[in-house]
Ligand binder design. Structure first.
Ligand SMILES: C[S@@+](CC[C@H](N)C(=O)[O-])C[C@H]1O[C@@H](n2cnc3c(N)ncnc32)[C@H](O)[C@@H]1O
Length: 427
């Protein structure tokens, strides 16, 4: 950083590195954060760099349309000047930063480069009163892929859902299916409940400061992500394996519902988070670092939950980077690995046991495609259709008894992550 840089420039430089990591290197925003903000001392500056990058990713096609409308010759997609302009524009247009602060801290990012162009385009857009459209636009390739898979209405609902970060959902440890306990917590947390054991609070709430967090009375988990464990019901001491467990939301649900749980994850550092979450909530599970593609339990078990690693396109509201870095070829590769994991999961079950497969993906190849192929290649398994009564209000099984959650679900109550769940029984 140059000594003459205005205060706040470091945060914009970090935002530039973050956007480069996502858009050029294809990395998840969260995993690029530590390295991109390494030279920033203050936590609020690091948070601001993150907020700028996330908001640019939320509104990227709309920002680019403004930039293209104000430049005689389109800037290349990966030009530093384009990224600098995205960072400068998003601040007054969405984050409330005064125009002069936004541009003065962005110009040093293009030192020795097209500074005048960046200044000129920013100035002319601001003078003309440029605004972002009220409904964000999806990247064209994503809009096309999702409209083809699910119809235009889904793509429109997804676009509406990007506009703002979603609310925070909480799963209660001790509520079980008792509506009175849930109602009590909804009041304490000043939230609303959309299902037994669930409370929804506004986006941006400071989670560790809320009542019950330090005592481990609840954990953060989107309502869609609660469905797989809900569909296994109460455990009564029976044995379950959570095959890709970290950070552990479903392990905690299963343990709280009385299952004897073995939590597996490939990545030891991620399994550490499961252990921390178990310690905080005072729940029990055996944590094992292992590869789901080769793991075999000592004895077959009553239930296996495979919440497989996936494109994560269902959580685009929280992680808008997925909209820009997940490509069709990657989705194909993920579906192959999910099929291999599901076959392995099937081997771990007792006869009569229940297998749950889930992904936080909006790609049919990773959901319906994997489960259709599984049933076709595993004649010893049958689909175990989900009944409407098993699901929270606002969710519904599809014609085959699987649960496909699309954008637009619970739209009036703050939405839900995109998700897919299927249940099978071993004959
Ligand atoms: C979708 S996340 C799981 C979320 C978790 N079920 C929950 O509810 O908190 C996928 C997890 O799979 C793990 N994973 C990826 N490849 C794996 C493998 N081959 N074997 C086991 N775990 C794997 C990742 O480390 C990651 O923690």
């Amino acid at each position: 950083m140059a000594d003459t840089d205005p205060p706040g420039t470091a945060a914009r430089r970090a935002a530039l590195r973050l956007l480069d990591a996502v858009l050029r290197k294809g990395l998840p925003l969260e995993s690029a954060l530590a390295s991109a903000t390494r030279d920033i001392e203050r936590g609020d500056d690091r948070a601001f760099a993150h907020a700028i990058a996330a908001e640019v990713l939320r509104r990227l096609p709309d920002l680019d349309a403004l930039i293209d409308g104000a430049t005689a010759k389109p800037l290349p997609d990966d030009a530093k000047a384009r990224t600098a302009l995205r960072i400068a524009l998003i601040q007054p247009l969405a984050l409330g930063t005064p125009q002069h602060a936004a541009i003065s801290t962005v110009l040093p990012l293009v030192d020795g480069g097209p500074k005048r162009l960046v200044h000129g385009v920013f100035g002319s857009l601001m003078r003309s009163g440029a605004q972002l459209p009220p409904t964000p636009s999806l990247p064209a390739a994503v809009a096309l892929r999702w409209a083809e898979a699910w119809g235009d209405g889904m793509a429109e609902a997804a676009a509406r859902a990007i506009a703002a970060p979603p609310p925070i959902d909480i799963t209660l440890r001790d509520a079980g299916r008792d509506p009175a306990v849930t109602a009590e917590w909804a009041e304490r947390l000043e939230g609303v409940s959309l299902a037994p054991g669930h409370v929804r609070i506004p986006a941006g709430s400071s989670v560790p400061d809320l009542p019950g967090y330090a005592d481990g009375a609840w954990w953060v988990q989107d309502i869609s992500a609660t469905l797989p464990a809900r569909l296994l019901g109460v455990g009564k001491g029976r044995h379950a394996i959570d095959l890709c467990a970290a950070p552990g939301g479903k392990t905690l649900q299963l343990a709280a519902a009385g299952w004897s749980v073995r939590a597996i994850d490939l990545v030891e550092a991620r399994l550490k988070r499961v252990r921390e979450n178990l310690a905080r909530t005072r729940l029990q599970a055996k944590c094992v670092t292992a590869d789901a593609l080769t793991f075999a339990p000592p004895e077959p078990v009553d239930a296996v939950l495979l919440d497989a690693p996936c494109s994560a396109t269902g959580i685009f509201r929280r992680h808008p980077d997925v909209l820009h870095r997940v490509r069709p070829r990657a989705i194909e590769g993920l579906a192959e690995r999910q099929s291999a994991m599901l076959a392995r999961a099937a081997d771990a079950l007792k006869p009569g046991g229940t297998l749950i497969y889930s992904v936080c993906s909006l790609e049919p190849a990773e959901g319906e495609g994997v489960t259709d192929a599984f049933l076709a290649s595993h004649p010893g398994f049958i689909a175990d259709p989900v009944a409407q009564e098993e699901l929270p209000e606002g969710f519904a099984p599809d014609a085959a008894g699987r649960v496909r959650v699309l954008p637009g679900t619970l739209a009036d109550a703050g939405g839900a992550d995109g998700f897919f769940v299927a249940r099978f029984r071993k004959g």
